[in-house]
Design a protein around this ligand. Structure first.
Ligand code: NAP
Length: 290
């Protein structure tokens, strides 16, 4: 079982391996997957206002934390502000309070701005700059009040981060959660984040739920065979070996069990082979968001 932590700039520790929940919906399924994930050792859960499953996760935690003899502080919960909720400070505050209530928590471990743009304005609009800035001020305020332990962003490019760092209201972003895997390696962004002490956390490490293309890539499958591990484990280890956090999503129990077994080493030669795969992005691209 992989049990590594990263110390965030906020001073709090975050497990490097978390459980992703995008597209996992419905009370029974959520209960089942959270049960299995806690049983095998996941201690971090990634959700979002946009996923529509915060309430079911909250209900599951009420039952499952006592089942596994866990206290609130033993788990790490991340959620995110929807692009639909970016707007006035009141709108942002309401969204955070709604997430806290839905999850049944008195504090969030990590809260991210899901996307650098607001749904209410075009991606090309300069209004996004103003809205991001005033949103960060609200998040910083919630952190100072102890309702959120660490705040961060998601899908931010270097220019979005540079802008935030210039006007951070005294709280630096602890995390930038972005698509990252051997076909979308984020090398420049990783260097920038390392320099600024922002933890880079990968999403869609397995290439999303929409396609198995990455899991079936011939280079990935043949290297995985050499270590006698599944392609999924190889892809997850590829990130961990670079101190990139991961949040694989799985609804099948055998997948959940597989994804926590990451204590092996990929050789430098194999890491380089993986880093030569042709580029492919599987999810939304923030490139046009001003
Ligand atoms: N911030 C953002 O904008 C953003 C965007 C996307 C995702 N995320 C977060 O990142 C998480 C992960 O990304 P993702 O949901 O795009 O998908 P992912 O983790 O890249 O892949 C999920 C897919 O891989 C399959 N899988 C999982 N473990 C496997 C294994 N051991 N062997 C074979 N197949 C396996 C799953 O199957 P089954 O479900 O059938 O088990 C599912 O089809 C999300 O759930 C979400 O929490 C964030």
């Amino acid at each position: 079982m992989t049990n590594r932590f990263v110390k965030l700039s906020s001073g709090y520790q975050m497990p490097l391996v978390g459980f992703g929940t995008y597209t996992i919906k419905g009370k029974d399924l959520i209960q089942e997957v959270i049960d299995e994930s806690l049983r095998v050792g996941f201690r971090s859960i990634d959700t979002a206002e946009r996923y529509g499953n915060e309430e079911d996760i909250g209900e599951a935690l009420k039952v499952l934390l006592p089942k596994y003899n866990l206290k609130r502080e033993d788990i790490f919960v991340t959620t995110k502000l929807s692009p639909l909720s970016i707007g006035s400070p009141e709108k942002v505050s309401n969204a955070i309070n709604k997430s806290l209530t839905a999850l049944g928590l008195t504090y969030l471990d990590l809260y991210l701005i899901h996307w650098p743009g607001a749904s209410s304005v075009p991606e090309s609009s300069e209004e996004n700059i103003k809205l991001r800035n005033q949103t960060w001020k609200v998040l910083a305020d919630f952190q100072k009040r102890g309702l959120i332990r660490s705040i961060g962003v998601s899908n931010y490019l270097i220019r979005h981060l540079e802008e935030l760092l210039q006007n951070d209201y005294g709280v630096r972003p602890a995390v930038n959660q972005v698509e990252c895997h051997p076909r979308y390696r984020q090398e420049e962004l990783k260097k920038f984040c390392d320099k600024e002490n922002i933890h880079l956390q990968a999403y869609s490490s397995l290439g999303t739920s929409k396609t198995a293309e990455l899991l079936q890539d011939p280079t990935v499958t043949s290297i995985a065979k050499e270590y006698n591990v599944s392609p999924a484990r190889l892809l997850l280890r590829w990130a961990l070996q670079q101190d990139i956090g991961i949040i694989p999503k799985a609804s099948k129990k055998e997948h959940i069990r597989d994804n926590i077994n990451l204590d092996f080493d990929i050789s430098e030669d194999h890491m380089q082979q993986l880093s030569k795969l042709p580029e492919k992005k599987y999810t939304w691209d923030p490139i046009r968001v001003v």
